[in-house]
Design a protein around this ligand. Structure first.
Ligand code: TRP
Length: 458
């Protein structure tokens, strides 16, 4: 292809800038809040193993597909999908995949912002020393007091959405890079400190065993679906976030290498979070399956007992809030880019519109924790329902469609040109995965989980 498209939104300054931004998107509440609590609910080791397999077999090939589609289209996911489909002589209906991603983005950010609000609310709580020497019971009460207070949650949800909108309205490229460069390594170091503390607790071995010794009798097909959904969630895949970041990627950068770095960093952070948390759970006789409150009910116990805990705890929740923030901006970037491209809005107006919709949707999740506690969809409150619907259904289906698009709709020439993998064997391997392995894996897990077919037990 002779002429290359340019993004009207500009480009990352370098490959490293893209890696930082995409890692900022990937590493977030998914790694530190969600991974430990679903691992606890679905029985530990076997679940972790399936999750790791999903990262390798489904996550990495799809991430490469999203980045390459984004860079080839150079526009918001909606327009990129339309342009590329037309270019390959296919149906422009593919743009609806972009729209499905926009919907997922709104829904995910609506509850993500509420949970990020919990993390922010813990910053002053840690700093005040209110956890010093606190018993597990007291720590639990502090958490339930927070989530049962709609006004406080509203203040934090609003603050978090406001901060997200500030970055998005300025364009995700300015400032993000510098911030991620410093804060991500600090978060990583703090996790190491926490793992170090966990090492000194009575039951470090118990925690390690829970995480890494697989007991397949505890694994159900539902657990497999959740592990797969989480692989999408934690790598920010299946809705266009990585695609839109890929659309700002400079031409020469290697997609395969960057993808592996991003997925590796993301996985490492999740495993460290697990190693920090589970020894505490077992040492204090807490329930690993405590659910969404798990980190908020366990980590403060450690901070309340360790030397300098108020300070480390304060820093930890600042960094967690920051990690959530760099993830949140990638969730509304696809729609903001589209509003700028197709509706001619300024970035500021586009952000206010998209942020306003998300904030409003978030009220449902927020109230489901307190005033609307008794309102259930099927059997879940709004927050859980939206989380389950997006993570376990919408993202895997979106990812499946992306794999089909990259493997079957785009020609071999287009994808090979864009990936620029010199080794033909490696290119062939990727193509084999997105054409066969990845789609089949997603479909098999899906059908088993909803009980249409039955392979094995569960
Ligand atoms: N990956 C982020 C996390 O683990 C969340 C996130 C950001 C996300 N962008 C996304 C999830 C896009 C799904 C799709 O916290």
């Amino acid at each position: 292809m002779a002429e290359r498209r340019q993004s009207i939104h500009g480009e990352w300054s370098s490959r490293v800038a893209f890696i930082l931004a995409a890692t900022g998107s990937a590493v977030g509440l998914g790694n530190i809040w969600k991974f430990p609590y679903i691992t606890g609910q679905y029985g530990g080791g076997a679940f972790v193993l399936v999750y790791l397999a999903c990262i390798a077999v489904i996550g990495i090939p799809i991430m490469m597909a999203e980045v390459l589609i984004g860079r080839r289209g150079r526009q918001s996911p909606v327009n990129t999908m339309r342009t590329l489909a037309e270019e390959e002589g296919r149906n422009a209906l593919w743009q609806y995949l972009g729209w499905a991603g926009v919907l997922s983005g709104f829904l995910i950010l609506s509850f993500y912002s509420v949970v990020a609000g919990w993390a922010m609310a813990y910053v002053p709580r840690l700093a005040s020393g209110m956890f010093n020497g606190a018993s597990p019971d007291k720590v639990g009460t502090i958490f339930s007091d927070l989530i049962s207070d709609p006004e406080r949650l509203l203040a934090w949800h609003t603050l978090f959405m406001g901060l997200t909108m500030i970055v998005v309205s300025r364009g995700v490229r300015s400032g993000l890079e510098q911030a991620v460069r410093v804060l991500m390594p600090t978060l990583f170091l703090l996790l190491l400190v926490l793992v170090g503390y966990s090492l000194s607790t009575a039951d470090f071995a118990g925690g390690v065993r829970f995480l890494f010794a697989p007991d397949f009798s505890k694994l159900s097909w539902e657990g497999v679906l959740v592990a797969m959904g989480h692989a999408f969630f934690t790598l920010s895949l299946g809705m266009g976030a990585i695609m839109v970041y890929g659309s700002y990627l400079p031409r020469h950068a290697s997609i395969a290498k960057t993808t592996i770095i991003i997925a590796g960093a993301d996985t490492l952070v999740a495993l460290l979070a697990g190693l920090a948390i589970f020894p505490l759970v077992f040492s204090h006789g807490l329930a690993p399956a405590a659910g969404p409150g798990l980190i908020f009910q366990t980590l403060p116990i450690a901070f309340g007992q360790m030397w300098g805990g108020a300070f480390f705890g304060f820093l930890f929740f600042i960094l967690l809030s920051f990690a959530a923030w760099t993830s949140a901006i990638s969730l509304i970037e696809p729609i903001v880019a589209w509003l700028v491209e197709n509706r001619g809005l300024t970035r500021i107006k586009a952000t206010v519109l998209a942020g306003g919709i998300t904030w409003t949707l978030g009220l449902g999740s927020l109230l489901s924790l307190n005033l609307w506690q008794d309102f259930k969809i099927i059997k879940w409150g709004i927050l859980d329902f939206v989380d389950i619907l997006t993570t376990n259904v919408m993202l895997p289906l979106g990812g499946l469609a992306i794999a089909v698009f990259a493997g079957w709709i785009m020609s071999r020439e287009s994808t090979r040109d864009e990936l620029a993998i010199r080794n033909p064997l490696l290119y062939g391997l990727w193509r084999f995965f997105v054409r066969y392995i990845t789609p089949v894996a997603v479909v098999v897990v899906f059908l088993n989980a909803i009980g249409v077919i039955h392979i094995g037990k569960g």
